[in-house]
Design a protein around this ligand. Structure first.
Ligand code: SF4
Length: 516
């Protein structure tokens, strides 16, 4: 019995930005007697279904965006006599749908790290169950990925997870519902060992692919400090200490390494944390800005963020600590008006963010917004018999873009406004001006290339409705990605020492100040 692991995608670029970590985590979790799994990442090239033989097991991981392609692969693999197992966020949310459309023999919900060996043993023994519950495992139990199996010269950035879960509860996000609100941090040594494995392969840019790299804020510590029972304070303090230990270890990795992560804006109020990020060479962070107004933030349950001029100050604080921000903004919030596009474009310019993405509010399964939209959409139209509330089941050529309804603007008005903001933010003069955030001409040119690549991959293929424009952008993105990859990788360091022989973390005291 051979094991196949497949990451479905409708579009293959030949080169991908970020290594799809789950494939290599499940490869590591595959017991050795099954042999090395055959890994297929369709963001590189389509899966060769003819490689599946009767009796093989095919594991397919899906999120909402690639679910339909995953279902096609599931049916094809089953028709070839394979056992088909689905996992991933979408399979966790809709197990019955996965069985119906993807011909799944089994569906795994939750974390796959520990349950995968049992699934394979049951496949081998012919005792496969229809469902497996992977649960939410502790950070110490996360599997490390088998990065030695990565194909050469295909990816730009490595990826490592340091924590799962996020204590917030934003209405448009499913992370806190699927991964939970309790941060589950991995042991520092496990994280560093994986990063060393990536650097050995030549990856010097590594994404810390976390839900929220800053899971404990100063305000959380202060609130816990006011409680008479100090248990919560001790737990949060330990989490914070671990973050600082991790960043101290990153300082000792090769000097050409650069890290990028995802963080909440509250980190801008924590100068010790920002200073540690700088020393660790965490040079970039995606910050969910979402809205530039207080009303907009309240509408998405994100009122811990700042709005207006305070927002500009917070975003600039990241920059002054050497952290480039990829600001993420949402359009189509209930409180948005026609003036929101201009105001957002202006704030994005003034706040000094290096990159930005502008997305339209979309009801994603597993979110509060989706539940509300589904409840209020009893009479939605159907396409080919599929109601719009199951839009991911409509073939992509016929699938309309589905956005949250708005009281005063049509979806087309919001889409056009969003496209205008992308066009303005990524115009050549604007990108050239922003490129002063790096010093050399070579670095500035690289900055421009990456800005253009980001725009091609995201704006033109994500929100454009004109299929010719989408196809053109995909071609350009493929070409740009191949050129850009060379900017990110470095010569492999096969002899880079294991973490045990790295210099010990500095003796600098870990800042554990509790703000009253
Ligand atoms: S959007 Fe970010 S901060 Fe909000 S719940 Fe999701 S991961 Fe957490």
């Amino acid at each position: 019995m051979r094991v196949h692991l497949v990451n479905p995608s409708d579009v293959s670029f030949g080169t991908a930005v970020i290594t799809p970590r789950w494939l290599y985590v499940l490869a590591a979790a595959t017991p050795p007697h099954f042999g090395t799994p055959l890994i297929a990442d369709e963001t590189l090239e389509p899966f060769d279904v003819a490689s599946v033989a009767p009796g093989d097991t095919v594991g397919i991981g899906i999120h909402t965006g690639n679910a339909l392609r995953g279902y096609t692969l599931g049916r094809l693999a089953r028709a070839r006599g394979a056992m088909v197992v689905f996992g991933g966020i979408h399979a966790t949310l809709f197990p019955d749908e996965v069985r119906k459309y993807g011909d799944a023999h089994a569906v795994v919900n939750g974390d796959g790290d520990l349950v995968w060996p049992r699934v394979l043993s049951d496949c081998e023994a012919g005792t496969l169950s229809p469902s497996y519950d992977g649960g939410r495992i502790d950070g110490a139990e996360f599997s490390s990925a088998r990065w030695e199996l990565l194909p050469d010269n295909r990816y730009m950035w490595g990826s490592v997870q340091t924590v799962r879960g996020c204590p917030k509860h934003c209405s448009f996000c499913s992370v806190w519902r699927t991964d939970g609100q309790k941060p589950r941090q991995r042991p520092v040594s496990d994280v560093v060992r994986e990063i060393v494995a990536l650097r050995r392969k030549g990856f010097r840019f590594v994404l810390l692919a976390d839900d929220n790299f800053y899971p404990v804020t100063l305000a959380d510590l202060a609130a816990a400090g006011r409680r008479s029972d100090k248990e919560q304070l001790r737990a949060l303090t330990a989490l914070r200490r671990d973050r600082f230990e991790l960043m101290a270890q990153l300082e000792h990795l090769p000097a050409d390494m650069v890290f990028f992560t995802q963080i909440t804006m509250e980190a801008a109020e924590d100068p010790e944390f920002l200073a540690a990020m700088r020393r660790a060479r965490i040079r970039g962070a995606l910050v969910g800005v979402e809205s530039v107004t207080a009303e907009g933030l309240k509408a998405v349950y994100k009122d811990f963020n700042y709005a207006g001029e305070a927002l500009v100050t917070r975003l600039r604080t990241f920059r002054t600590h050497g952290v480039h921000v990829l600001g993420s903004f949402i359009f189509g919030l209930p409180t948005d008006t026609n003036g929101t596009f201009e105001a957002t474009a202006d704030l994005a310019r003034r706040s000094g963010v290096s990159f930005a993405q502008f997305v339209m509010l979309t009801p994603f399964p597993g979110t509060v917004d989706f539940a509300k939209w589904e409840k209020e959409s009893a009479d939605v139209p159907s396409i080919d018999g599929v109601p719009l509330t199951r839009y991911w089941l409509i073939p992509s050529a016929r699938r309309p873009k589905v956005y949250a309804p708005h009281a005063t603007m049509s979806a087309e008005e919001i889409r056009r406004g969003t496209q205008r903001v992308w066009d303005r933010f990524y115009s050549l003069p604007a990108v050239w001006r922003r490129s002063t955030c790096v010093r050399s001409i070579r670095a500035r040119l690289a900055f421009m290339l990456i800005s253009k690549l980001y725009r091609q991959m995201y704006a033109n293929t994500g929100i454009a409705t004109d299929s010719a424009r989408v196809a053109r952008s995909a071609r350009r993105a493929r070409w740009l990605a191949n050129v850009a990859r060379r900017l990110f990788v470095a010569a492999p360091m096969p002899n880079l020492p294991e973490p045990a022989t790295l210099s010990p973390a500095r003796t600098r005291p870990i800042p554990l100040r509790v703000v009253p």
